[in-house]
Design a protein around this ligand. Structure first.
Ligand code: ASP
Length: 326
């Protein structure tokens, strides 16, 4: 019996090894997460708390990919954890609009098929990333916004799509944050928190990318940023890379940043690392923020031109990194 198990385990290893080589992959799986670009956090209490959430999210991503589940599953599960934390600008911790309300945006994309789903300006969904995935799977559309998206969520009557009261998002911290920005007071590092995103490459060579955010604090009611716009804040294509962005969304929309990185690789034969560097350092069309990505071989990038970007990454070759401070 023991011998049989050994033979089966070896065959599986050979199978996945062959699969990886056929894909030109350098690693069996890879995952990268961002927790938003902004100024570097210096408060040790905030750093430790955010580090713990990122560790939990990364652990979930690794376990999902190691179990042989898909990159889409990994991206959704990771982002749900970050959305449930009040420490990131997504889900529970989403920043408030000028009206003092919550309008949440999220996107998920499948690099194998280019199937994607997104929601914008949702107000009662605990985990917008899961709703984005439902848009992708259960509708013929790509993007649902505002009341229509909220109604779609309620009608689904699905345990993965929990409906919550507006109070769930009105954390004391966010109310205070909005008050201070309205009064033009400087926000301290402690109060700067970020959008979340995740890109994963699974054992089958499929890349998925997702992003979830509350947007920009004090934004106009009805404003959509780059996060729910495919090709701006998120993109995935197995032949090139998966990308998730964070920063001033208007910059990323104007320059179709996530798609531009894909296009530079596809048509310009640029490597992902240098494509990301170029879009972040474009003097003619400047953008402010950060970008994470995984290319089709499993290489990971995490770059930003702000003071800091919370981030985490791991792969099957033993990479395991979490960085919150800068
Ligand atoms: N990109 C997001 C937006 O503009 C915000 C962020 O990444 O912090 O909505």
């Amino acid at each position: 019996m023991k011998q049989l198990e050994l033979v089966m385990a070896l065959s599986l290893m050979v199978f996945f090894g062959a699969l990886a080589m056929a894909n030109g992959k350098q690693t069996e799986y890879a995952i990268v997460i961002h927790g938003g670009a902004g100024s570097a956090t210096t408060d040790p209490v905030v750093i430790a708390a955010r580090q713990a959430v990122l560790e939990k999210a990364l652990g979930m991503g690794i376990a999902t990919l190691e179990a042989g589940d898909t990159s889409l599953d990994a991206v959704e599960k990771v982002i749900r954890i970050l959305e449930d934390s009040p420490l990131f600008n997504a889900g529970r911790g989403g920043v408030l609009t000028a009206k003092g309300t919550n309008e949440l945006d999220a996107t998920i994309m499948n690099g194998k098929t280019r199937a994607c789903g997104a929601v914008g300006g949702v107000t009662k969904v605990k985990n917008p990333i899961s709703l984005a995935r439902k848009v992708m799977i259960e509708t013929r559309h790509v993007l649902l916004v505002a009341e229509g998206a909220d109604v779609f969520a309620t009608d689904l009557d699905d345990p993965m799509i929990e409906i919550v009261e507006p109070e769930y998002f009105r954390t004391e911290k966010q109310v205070e944050r909005l008050r201070r920005i309205r009064e033009k007071e400087q926000l301290s590092d402690r109060e700067k928190m970020g959008t979340v995103g995740c890109v994963a490459l699974d054992k089958y060579g499929n890349i998925a990318a997702g992003t979830s955010t509350g947007g920009l604090v004090n934004k106009k009611h009805g404003r959509l940023g780059d996060s729910p716009i495919i090709g701006a804040g998120t993109y995935a294509d197995n032949t090139t890379c998966g990308i998730s962005c964070t920063g001033v969304g208007e910059d990323f929309i104007r320059n179709a940043i996530a798609y531009d990185i894909h296009a530079r690789m596809r048509y310009g034969k640029q490597k992902m690392e240098s494509a990301v560097k170029d879009v972040l350092n474009n003097e003619k069309h400047p953008i402010v923020g950060g970008i994470i990505g995984i290319d089709h071989r499993g290489f990971i990038t995490m770059q930003f031109n702000t003071g800091g970007m919370a981030r985490a990454a791991a792969d099957s070759k033993g990479l395991h990194l979490i960085e919150v401070g800068k």
